[in-house]
Ligand binder design. Sequence first.
Ligand code: ARG
Length: 466
Amino acid sequence: MSKKSPVSRSGRFTGGPAAEVAKFTESISFDWRLWKHDILGSLAHAAMLHKIGVLKKTELVAISKGLNQIHKEIAAGQFKWKAELEDVHMNIEAELTQRVPAGAKLHTARSRNDQVALDVRLWVRDEITALLGEIAGLQRALVSLGEKNADVIIPGYTHLQRAQPVYLAHHLLAYVEMLERDCERLWDCHSRVNVCPLGSGAIAGSTLPLKRELVAKLLGFVNASGQIQLTQNSMDAVSDRDFMIEFAAAAALLAVHISRLAEDVILWVSAEFNYIKIADAYTTGSSLMPQKKNPDIAELARGKTGRVVGNLMALLTLLKGLPMTYNRDLQEDKERLFDTADTVRATTRLMAAMLNHTKVNKPVCAAAAADPALLATDLADYLVKKGMPFRQAHHVVGAVVALAEKTGKPLNQLKLAELQDVNPTFGRDALGVFNLKTAMAKRNITGAPGTKEVAKQLARWREQLS
Ligand code: ARG
């Protein structure tokens, strides 16, 4: 048994919990990370308690001073966290009360249940802002790489088989679009994170005339049109972790997008593709094979996605069997939340850094894009323009492809007579289809990888991200 009884047990209990119980139930080893937000919440709560007459002016001043002092000490790494005080909330409050007697009034009309709900909302709110900044950085890295290689054409792939030519920039901008939707999801989630639960108490609010609006306003729980955002049901407020799951879900999808990008990068740096080269500082070597240079950032980005997806599953499963309202199970949310936030933030940042240190192997890309088979569909479109139904045109070009294979010639080396043997609709201009530059100039509908359209999209993103 620990000698000192933690503050939450004085009165009712005869002593502290058994040592192994304390070790099993503590959360300070990870929830210390909420300290800044816990102090912010306490400062606002104290200001409100003063407004309603629970704290005298001198008491408010002493509490605020004490909390600010503790803030400084924690920031400087001088604060001693005590495991016997269980969590971040009790550590800070106990320390405050030791220094400032009025600290004992701070917990008036507040429970750790609404306190932790508040802290975590404040934490996620900041995290979303920071993550959005990192995502914009990754988008900028993709746009820059596209701009620097604006003339590079590569084969686009379906089934990982060469399909049709695309500008490299078009391929990269596909990820910029995905990332933009991730930002929108995070912002949407932010609107439900940004609601103040304080004042819900342990489960049933308070008999004291709390000014919840004041606390919410002080803490910035205000929507875009300036309205104060308060939770409307105390039971929901202390047990709701939807906002966290939404964040974890948006983060998981972001991680999945980055994982797909990572997979493309891994393929492209392989000797088989050889489309890009990552700077030495952003690759690693092998301890055994001296020639190796591995794309470990991309591989870990792909690998860490598993954890982030797992965290989402863990959070969903954590909630599924919980009766109303707060249950200690909820303490298990934090490590999953922190891990998700840390992982996606670092992954997004490192992928951006890696792409900012990546060069494109233009001659290899040009050789790959010169494969005339990539323009087989253009040849079918040529026949369509001559009035042939597409199904027939597809069949005719299929026969042309088979002929090229049989004669061992690339598609564009076939003679006009050979084409006309397959179908007389082919005219003298048919082989002109295989001019890549002209072919790319023709793909100019919205969203297509045409020369003008890709330039327009690059310019739009450059503008939007600046
Ligand atoms: N450490 C707890 C958590 O993270 C804080 C809330 C504890 N509340 C309680 N009634 N024991 O969930």
